[in-house]
Design a protein around this ligand. Structure first.
Ligand code: FBP
Length: 555
């Protein structure tokens, strides 16, 4: 396979690791934990994995390393990539591989193919050194593929036991987001109840950045994805500032949470950045949002600036309170609804939906452009969520802003020009070559997972923290997944799930936006042009974590 010079150079990049992971480790157990909420229910559902202690890894003196190695019996591990791609997945797997081989060269790593379904259907491949070497420090999940099959039925878990027994697998590592790690925990609990001796370890993945909490400082992939989008936004801003004729409406992936939009705004300083969580807190309507945008457009136009940039988080629509009610009703209505699925054509589906909604939601549904209304009723993902990446909110906003400006123009209140272009950045960043931060972080997550497995742990997420410090000072360990759980309604039923982290309106990253956005919106130019991710050069250019992480840690 042909490679670019950068691909070739990155293949030999050796990820930087915390000192604690550079040799043999000792696991130190902290205090017992409890779930973030709904303690009684979670405890009842997870009798074996609830309340486990947080684990920290400490280095063992050199003299004890050899004796520890020789005690390790060989064992096999299976790994699954679950959900959307995120830069660094291959490095988690290479860290896992190197960690296993360092413990015992006879250890084997199997990759389950195509996501969780690989475990259920027994589709796997042994990952050898030559395969791993091809994928070191590369983006993508193509080493074994990913998928969104939900591991939740006992027959699936039992199939998993059979396959693991055939392959002599002692532990399964699930690399996924909040839903996949929730499933990892359910699986760990089930395997303990069955006493089948198979451990389950999770790893925190998602570009969305919403799998974070007191212990997990950031999910991997967020860093690279945001830097990739921020580069593109910066380039667009430079173009806008050169041509001076377009307003760019840029929707950014991130599903529900607005972390990606916020981080990109902190890196590039656009004229407007909408934050879904704020829209919800202020109980804003679609019209309120449009008015806010129009005000900035008119103001800049009055100073001859008929151009600008607006960042729109992917999940915005779900956070407009009336829309949220509508989407919830649609989620409940459409979950496993064969009658709806069997209807022929968009019109029949539209009529069916209208006949089932409450009056207020029905009115809102009818008021939306037909295309957007249809997008709201498209297939749900396997977790029952509306697929927000398919809802073209940026086009909806352009349409509404255009209408409003036409009214103002007719009244003589807008004298400028409005020409808008729409963009959606998501897939462009999910498989980018991992930044040094993600390459290092992910590799350490993989190595940490091997130590948790070797120590017989299950129901844990591999943990690497202290991330704003140089990588040598990062702290590795494990956090019980039950600690992050609460009860939420999914597919119409209450379920134990990992609590999603939305943008904290009292947090430092949002406060920074709040304090600076008037200046960024004003008829002046404050854009920042971040440029492409750099892999070689000074640490302040190449190894910086996200602005979100720095601000959250008081930097
Ligand atoms: P994960 O949460 O599985 O990591 O996926 C994140 C994401 O990229 C979201 O930002 C986006 O809404 C969604 O996946 C898109 O899903 P798909 O890959 O199925 O189009």
């Amino acid at each position: 396979m042909q490679k670019s010079p950068l691909q070739i150079a990155r293949q030999s990049y050796q990820p930087k690791m915390p000192v604690a992971l550079q040799g043999a480790v000792r696991l130190v157990e902290g205090e017992k934990t409890q779930s973030v909420a709904d303690q009684e229910e979670i405890k009842k559902l997870f009798p074996n994995t609830y309340g486990l202690p947080v684990i920290t890894m400490e280095p063992v003196a050199e003299s004890k390393v050899e004796s520890q190695k020789s005690k390790e019996e060989p064992f096999n591990v299976g790994v699954i990539l679950s959900g959307g791609q995120a830069p660094g997945g291959h490095n988690v797997i290479s860290g896992l591989f190197d960690g296993l081989k360092a413990l015992n060269p006879n250890n084997k790593l199997y990759g389950f193919l195509g996501g969780p379904s690989g475990l259920i259907d027994g589709k796997y491949q042994e990952l050898t050194a030559s395969i791993i070497d091809e994928y070191r420090n590369t983006g993508g999940f193509d080493i074994i593929g990913s998928g969104r099959t939900k591991l939740e039925e006992t027959w699936q878990f039992d199939n998993g036991i059979e396959i693991c027994k055939q392959l002599g697998i002692k532990a399964v590592v699930i690399i996924g987001g909040d839903d996949s790690n929730t499933n990892a925990c359910v699986l760990a609990e089930y395997y303990l109840q069955k006493k089948c001796g198979i451990q389950v370890i999770g790893c925190p993945k998602t570009i969305d950045g919403d799998l974070k909490n007191e212990m997990i400082e950031t999910s991997f992939g967020f860093d690279t994805a945001c830097k990739t989008y921020a580069e593109l936004i910066g380039n667009i801003q430079r173009d806008a500032n050169s041509a001076k004729k377009y307003w760019h409406f840029i929707r950014l992936m991130g599903r529900s949470a607005s972390h990606i939009a916020l981080e990109c705004a902190l890196q590039s300083q656009p004229n407007i950045c909408l934050i879904s969580e704020e829209v919800e807190a202020k109980r804003m309507t679609l019209n309120d949002i449009v008015e806010e945008i129009v005000k900035v457009i008119v103001d800049r136009s009055n100073h001859g600036m008929n151009f600008g940039t607006i960042l729109i988080p992917e999940g915005l629509i779900e956070f407009i309170p009336a829309m949220r009610v509508l989407i919830q009703e649609l989620n409940d209505l459409l979950a496993n609804n064969e009658e709806f699925a069997g209807l022929d054509g968009d019109d029949a589906k539209r009529e069916y939906v209208k006949s089932k909604l409450t009056t207020a939601s029905c009115e809102l549904y009818r008021s939306l452009p037909k295309g957007i209304a249809r997008q709201l009723t498209l297939d749900r993902d396997p977790h029952g969520n509306v697929m927000v990446s398919q809802i073209e909110t940026e086009k909806l906003l352009i349409e509404m802003v255009q209408k409003r400006l036409a009214v103002l123009k007719a009244n003589g209140e807008f004298k400028g020009k409005f020409s808008a272009l729409n963009h959606f950045f998501g897939y462009e960043g999910r498989c980018a070559m991992p930044s040094n931060f993600d390459a290092d972080y992910c590799y350490s997550i993989g190595v940490t997972a091997t130590h948790l497995i070797a120590a017989g742990k299950t129901g844990y997420m591999s943990l690497v923290r202290n991330l704003t410090k140089p990588s040598s000072e990062w702290i590795a360990g494990g956090v019980p997944i039950t600690m992050m759980m609460n009860m939420e309604k999914r597919n119409g039923k209450m379920k134990p799930v990992i609590q999603k982290a939305l943008v904290d309106l009292n947090g430092a990253p949002f406060k920074y936006l709040q304090d600076h956005r008037a200046k960024w919106a004003a008829p002046s130019t404050n854009y920042i042009y971040p440029g492409p991710i750099q892999y070689y050069g000074p640490a302040e250019v190449c190894d910086q974590p996200t602005r979100t992480l720095l601000l959250e840690r008081g930097k």
